[in-house]
Ligand binder design. Structure first.
Ligand SMILES: [Cu+2]
Length: 149
């Protein structure tokens, strides 16, 4: 009986006591502007807020290309820097929680040198992740820019 009781309380916690998270992302796309190829990695940030009343669980953070990595920061915790699926660290076993009424920062890093001289010109990339927000299970944000020599 004790075991059952403990198990039930764990399940209640996983279900956020019935609360539902609500994801609010700002912005949803960013123009990086002109990016010098020799200028090193550039970083921009998106905010991910949870305006619902249940814990927001973020998982499966991936980018669309090997030149781009993404890292979620919540409070004092930072995720690894995840990249394109199949490149570098996999986020398959990873998740991070954003408590209700709080937010996190999604750091995005773009390496304008990653593709060499063939990478010069306009670029657009996406960063995507999954959530337990029933209205927003698959989220995608984007950025663009112009890589110059
Ligand atoms: Cu790339």
């Amino acid at each position: 009986m004790l075991w059952i009781s403990a198990n039930q309380s764990t399940n209640a916690e996983d279900n956020n006591s019935g609360g539902i998270p609500k994801t609010v992302i700002e912005p949803t796309d960013i123009d990086f502007g002109t990016i010098p190829m020799s200028g090193g990695v550039v970083e921009r940030t998106f905010t991910v807020r949870n305006e619902g009343n249940g814990i927001l669980r973020v998982s499966r953070l991936v980018t669309s290309c090997m030149c781009t990595t993404a890292q979620l920061e919540v409070g004092t915790e930072k995720s690894p820097k995840f990249g394109m699926a199949g490149h570098g660290l996999s986020s398959r076993a990873w998740s991070m929680d954003i408590p209700e009424g709080t937010g996190g920062i999604l750091h995005v890093f773009f390496d304008p040198n990653a593709h060499g001289p063939s990478g010069v010109g306009p670029i657009s990339r996406t960063i995507s992740f999954e959530t337990n927000d029933p209205e927003n299970e698959n989220i995608e944000v984007a950025f663009k820019g112009l890589v110059v020599r």
